[in-house]
Design a protein around this ligand. Structure first.
Ligand code: ATP
Length: 564
């Protein structure tokens, strides 16, 4: 597999303005230094400077923050990269203010509404420029509260706790929340309605530090696809994740008790796990990071954003006062760790694009077969024509003389014609490979863990007059003494198109090892779906860790259908 270029997580700090509360020590000890520095000045002797990608002082506007973070994210999203922004900081330091703000006030609205507005404006501009382009946008919003995942956009009944959802991984090892509602959105207004609804459903409570403190981590996810009618242009898709983390807090300061205390414990635990994962990544102990990302719901959901297929931004918010100095330093250290994390983002080309390319290749292949068959047919026809002429001449001579030699010649010529006809048939049969291929599609998957995994793969076949075929598979993977063994079994093809009644064949191979290609025999559909019973073992020796093996070994299965 070719190496992906790495991109570093972009880290910005926002220092909030002071709020007069009277009783606290409001002495300002944290300030901006240049466009990317933070100066911490607890007393005149202890001055420390931190450096990041961007720093916003207490007078920075919402628009300043958007231009430095939101706009570059939008540009990357339109190129087809997954992008993620997460806001981290002490409770009351301005995460929700920066990420969402007041959506009804032009000056006070945060990064998310500005991003969505620009996303739709840009979509309109692109569609006006290219009428063959369709841009689709969908919106999902979930929260992690007390280590449970909830859909913030699902209808809620008062007093009834909403359903807790499971986190799953698809065959490409992408994490998703099963059952979270996906809302297709046509414009800014609808997106704002959803954002407002999701925000209102979020768990908030009044604490000593913040009147409307977010008690959950909220993840807003926007999926965007750019589909072109012309097959010359590549379809693109991406996921945009905007994460408003619950605030880190010290129980002594927030004076939480009872339910609030339990909430605070869970919040602090998940943030601690996230911090450990950041530490491991910045220390490059990736093996440990892999493990810690699975230790809380939050880190699991954010796993792609650290070290994975995403361009990631972090906005850490801090208070400038001496009263909050311990939390501020902890946030600044947290953010410094994030500076060292490198991701492997790649442009996401959609499956539809592959279908088009497969279709074009198939058409070229069929046209080449047809040309070859026509040429073979023309050669055979001319030979048959020649022997017919010879036979006619010999018959004429037999009629005029009764020569034995001529009769023998005639018999030989007749035999030759039979042979040529037989040859013609076998040439045509060989060219068709038994029967004529009518579709082919290549599916890809990765194994996610040692053991058995059952799954179905969508066969990317374009225009087969119904739902695309589904390949039912399972894998059985063992990692022993440094050798990884993976048995891949294909058992059935569902939704098999009826026009391919000549049967089906599967060919499997493993990414790096194209010489590992193996094909099954052609299995007839016989009025139903082809039952394949096709298994193949792939072995890779000297694998340093199963994780390397799983992440780097895509498997491919080509499914072909044949005409009768
Ligand atoms: N940069 C800022 N400029 C003006 N007001 C701000 C700024 N940052 C925060 N605030 C105000 O401070 C209050 C608390 O901010 P916010 O709710 O965004 O904090 P938070 O970090 O999300 O806290 P929590 O983690 O408890 O949810 C809000 O009233 C918000 O409008």
């Amino acid at each position: 597999m070719s190496a992906q270029p790495t991109t570093r997580v972009q880290v910005a700090i926002r220092i909030r303005p002071t709020i007069k509360k009277g009783s606290h020590n409001e002495k300002v000890v944290v300030s901006q230094s240049g466009h990317n520095g933070v100066l911490v000045n607890e007393d005149t002797k202890n001055e420390k400077k931190y450096v990041y990608d961007n720093v916003f002082g207490s007078t920075a506007s919402q628009s300043d923050v958007y231009e430095k973070i939101g706009r570059p994210m939008l540009e990357e999203a339109y190129k087809g990269f997954n992008v993620c922004l997460f806001a981290y900081g002490q409770t009351g330091s301005g995460k929700t203010h920066s990420l969402i703000g007041d959506i009804y006030d032009e000056d006070k609205k945060g990064i998310t509404p500005r991003f969505i507005q620009d996303l739709f404006d840009e979509a309109q501009r692109r569609v006006d420029e290219d009428p063959e382009l369709t841009i689709k946008v969908s919106f999902t919003m979930i929260e992690v509260y007390m280590e449970k995942v909830h859909d913030l956009l699902a209808p809620r009944q008062k007093g009834v706790e909403s359903e807790s959802l499971e986190i799953h991984e698809d065959s490409n090892r992408r994490v998703y929340v099963k059952g979270a509602s996906v809302h297709h959105v046509l414009g800014y207004e609808r997106a704002m309605q959803l954002l407002k609804k999701g925000n209102a459903s979020r768990q908030t409570a009044e604490t000593k530090m913040n009147e409307t403190s977010s008690r959950s981590h909220a993840i807003m996810q926007i999926s965007m696809s750019q589909e072109f009618e012309s097959i010359d242009k590549k379809d693109l898709e991406c996921t945009i994740s905007l994460v408003d983390l619950a605030g880190s807090e010290r129980q002594s300061k927030t004076e939480s008790s009872g339910q609030s205390f339990e909430e605070a414990k869970k919040i602090n635990h998940s943030l601690l796990m996230l911090g450990r994962a950041l530490n491991s990544f910045s220390d490059r102990k990736n093996q440990d990071a892999f493990i810690s990302l699975r230790e809380s719901k939050l880190t699991r959901l954010l796993s792609e954003s650290f070290g994975g297929n995403s361009k990631t931004w972090m906005l850490a918010t801090v208070s400038p006062t001496l009263y909050n100095i311990t939390e501020t330093i902890s946030t600044l250290d947290y953010a410094s760790n994030a500076l060292a994390i490198k991701n492997k983002a790649r442009i996401n080309k959609s499956i539809r694009d592959l279908e088009f390319r497969d279709l074009v290749k198939l058409r070229e292949h069929l046209e080449a077969c047809l040309t070859q068959e026509n040429e073979a047919l023309a050669v055979c026809n001319s030979k048959v024509e020649e022997t017919n002429i010879l036979i006619a001449k010999l018959k004429e001579r037999v009629q005029t003389s009764n020569n034995v030699q001529i009769e023998t010649e005639l018999e030989r010529a007749l035999d030759e014609r039979i042979n040529i006809t037989k040859k013609l048939k076998s040439v045509l049969q060989a060219k068709k490979g038994g029967s004529m291929s009518c579709f082919s599609g290549v599916c890809t998957f990765k194994v996610s863990a040692v053991g058995k995994e059952y799954f179905t793969l969508v066969v990317p076949v374009y225009d087969c007059g119904g739902p695309p075929p589904l390949l039912v598979c399972h894998t059985d993977t063992v990692w022993k003494d440094g050798d990884a063994t993976c048995d891949v079994h294909c058992s059935e093809i569902l939704h098999f198109p009826s026009f391919a009644s000549g049967g089906a064949r599967v060919t499997m191979w493993m990414g790096k090892f194209s010489d590992s290609k193996v094909s099954s025999s052609v299995v007839r559909a016989d009025d139903g779906n082809p039952q394949l019973l096709c298994s193949q073992r792939f072995v890779v020796e000297d694998v340093s860790s199963p994780r390397t093996f799983f992440q780097e070994q895509p498997f491919y299965i080509c499914v072909e259908g044949f005409l009768p």
